[in-house]
Design a protein around this ligand. Sequence first.
Ligand code: SAM
Length: 167
Amino acid sequence: MVRENEIRQNEVSVTPPAPTDAGLTFIGVISTPWTSRMETPRQGRHDGPLCRIEIYEPWVAALKGVEVFERLEILYWLHQSRRDLVLQSPASNGEVHGTFSLRSPVRPNPIGTSIVKLEGVEGNVLLVRGLDCLDSTPLIDLKPDRTLFKPIAPPQPGDYQTDVNAP
Ligand code: SAM
């Protein structure tokens, strides 16, 4: 079940340390059809509804070239999430799992990621399918799907480094 912000049986919350400022800046905003966490998909799908990603100035020039990628990786800030649970019960049945073994939106830094299908670019707006966030979710970053991206910069020694002990 999806939560609003309640704590469930056997879940454990902690008192998080005071936040440090990583200098994060929201570069845009995502528009989706969902205004309730109870209706939002748990994971987006590429045949799902068309969503809109608006990029703010001064970042619009950074969109140059994105249109060649069929898929993009989107990072967003799940701004309505609580951030203090270390054990969670996704099924609300008393069975708990560590936060880092889940893709739950409830995490110390509530970053969501999705691979979306790029349907179009209209100025500072990307039209995509495959999101699973609430309307008005802040945008942190976007980049090409890593399986489509070939590094443009020359290789570095670490690119060839292997470990004899690696399986
Ligand atoms: N695809 C991302 C991932 O794997 O990192 C997010 C997955 S998370 C399970 C998706 C759920 O987060 C949605 O079903 C909804 O319940 C919740 N959610 C979506 N947008 C949110 C927001 N802005 N604030 C808090 N919770 C949100």
